[in-house]
Write a protein that binds this ligand. Structure first.
Ligand SMILES: Nc1ncnc2c1ncn2[C@@H]1O[C@H](COP(=O)(O)OP(=O)(O)OP(=O)(O)O)[C@@H](O)[C@H]1O
Length: 245
C-alpha cells in the first residue's frame, strides 16, 4: 500500500473523519458537495491542518501520527500540490515559477532553471518560459502549475479543482494533459473535483464524501451503478443530461 490515511480534523465546528488507502500509481477522485470537506482532506495530507486523531503513511514513511506526536512539516512530506486557482507566483516568469521548488531546496539558479526548462518542454510550453502568469491562458497556466508541482519529484500529487478557471474548450484539452500526466506519474494522485465528468475521465477510483464522512468508494462503474446519496444521484443525472446531444 502506498498511501494509508486515517484523518480526523476539526475546523471550527466542522469535523472531518475519513479513512482510505491507495496502492502506488492509483488515481483517486474525491467528490462531494460544497463544504463536504474535500479541500480539508487535501490540506491534512499536505500538512496544513493538524490531525486530532489518526495517521498518514506514504510509501511506508510516517508523515503524521497523533499517538506518537509525529508531524512532518509540509515541505518534508514529498507531496506535490496543485492549489485551487493554481496559485502561481504572479511576479515570476513561467520558468521561475517552475524553478521555484528546486531553488527552495537549495539548487543554484542556473541548474534550477535548466531543470525547469526540461519540464516546460515536457508540457510543450518552452516558448512561454519568459511570460508572467497574467500573460498565459488558463490551459497554459495549468501546465506551468503541473510542471511546478512535478519538478520536485513528489511521491504523491494533490490537485484541488484543477479545472475551475477554464472555459469549456481549454478544459477538454487540460483534462487530456492531466490524464496523461497522472497516467505517467508513479505515485498516488488525489484529485478534488465537484464535476463527476472530470472524476470519471481521470480516476481509477472515486471517494465520495459528504458532511466530513466517506459515504462511498469504488470504481467509477460501481459508483455509477449504485450511487449512495441523493447528491450523487443528482450529479449523475446532470452528467447524463450533459452527454445528450
Ligand atoms: N479555516 C476554517 N475554519 C473553520 N471552518 C472551516 C475552515 N476551512 C473550512 N472550514 C469549513 O469546513 C468545511 C469543509 O470545507 P472544505 O473546504 O474542505 O469543503 P469542500 O468539500 O472542499 O468544499 P468546496 O467544494 O466548496 O470547496 C466547510 O463547512 C467549511 O466552512
Amino acid at each position: 500500500m502506498s498511501l494509508r490515511a486515517d484523518i480526523h480534523v476539526r475546523l471550527g465546528g466542522f469535523d472531518l473523519d475519513v479513512a482510505f488507502s491507495a496502492p502506488t500509481g492509483e488515481v483517486l477522485a474525491l467528490v462531494g458537495p460544497n463544504g463536504a470537506g474535500k479541500s480539508t482532506v487535501l490540506g491534512a495530507i499536505a500538512g496544513l491542518h493538524p490531525l486530532r486523531r489518526g495517521e498518514i503513511v506514504l510509501d511506508g514513511r510516517l508523515l503524521e501520527r497523533v499517538a506518537t506526536r509525529v508531524r512532518l512539516p509540509p515541505q518534508a512530506r514529498d507531496v506535490g500540490v496543485l492549489f485551487q486557482g493554481l496559485a502561481l507566483f504572479e511576479h515570476l516568469s513561467a520558468l521561475d515559477n517552475v524553478a521555484y521548488g528546486p531553488r527552495a531546496r537549495g539548487l543554484d539558479k542556473r541548474s534550477a532553471r535548466a531543470r525547469a526548462r526540461t519540464w516546460l518542454e515536457r508540457f510543450a510550453i518552452a516558448e512561454l518560459a519568459d511570460r508572467r502568469p497574467a500573460q498565459l491562458s488558463g490551459g497554459q497556466a495549468q501546465r506551468v502549475a503541473l510542471a511546478r508541482a512535478l519538478i520536485v519529484e513528489p511521491r504523491m500529487l494533490l490537485l484541488d479543482e484543477p479545472f475551475v478557471a477554464l472555459d469549456a474548450f481549454s478544459k477538454l484539452e487540460a483534462r487530456e494533459v492531466l490524464r496523461e500526466t497522472l497516467r505517467a506519474f508513479s505515485g498516488v494522485s488525489l484529485v478534488v473535483t465537484h464535476e463527476l465528468a472530470d472524476a470519471l475521465a481521470l480516476a481509477d477510483r472515486l471517494l465520495v464524501i459528504e458532511g466530513g464522512k466517506l459515504i462511498q468508494e469504488g470504481s467509477p462503474a460501481e459508483v455509477m451503478a449504485a450511487p449512495a446519496s441523493a447528491h450523487l444521484e443528482l450529479m449523475l443525472s446532470e452528467q447524463r443530461a450533459d452527454r445528450k446531444p
